[in-house]
Design a protein around this ligand. Structure first.
Ligand code: FES
Length: 105
């Protein structure tokens, strides 16, 4: 039997947002995100969200290619539990993360 569920409500978690940060390590024929920056952006999201007390509301995960590849920075996708659509951000650098968190969460 197949069941459907609201992702943010699965297992009783409290996540309102999901953030995927591209840390794609694969070499590809087209331009790709800066992998080192991707890891740094991922860690910055986790650290700043914890500091702001949002760690239980925003789930942050690394991702493969989101198809927004740029050689500078990395691509980030944000999905809300309550709003339709996906927000895609390109060229995200560590210094952008605090502003993104302030703007979207
Ligand atoms: S390699 Fe990062 S979005 Fe494609």
């Amino acid at each position: 039997m197949v069941e459907t569920f609201e992702p943010g409500l699965a297992y009783g978690n409290t996540y309102r947002y999901f953030v995927w940060v591209c840390t794609n390590p694969a070499s590809r024929q087209f331009e790709k995100c800066d992998i080192q920056e991707g890891e740094a952006v991922l860690n910055a999201f986790r650290q700043i969200l914890q500091q702001k007390g949002l760690g239980r509301e925003v789930l942050v995960a690394s991702s493969g290619c989101i198809l927004g590849c740029k050689s500078q920075g990395t691509t980030v996708a944000i999905v809300s539990n309550t709003q339709p659509g996906i927000i895609f951000l390109q060229n995200v650098l560590v210094q952008d993360v605090s502003q993104i968190i302030q703007q979207y969460f």
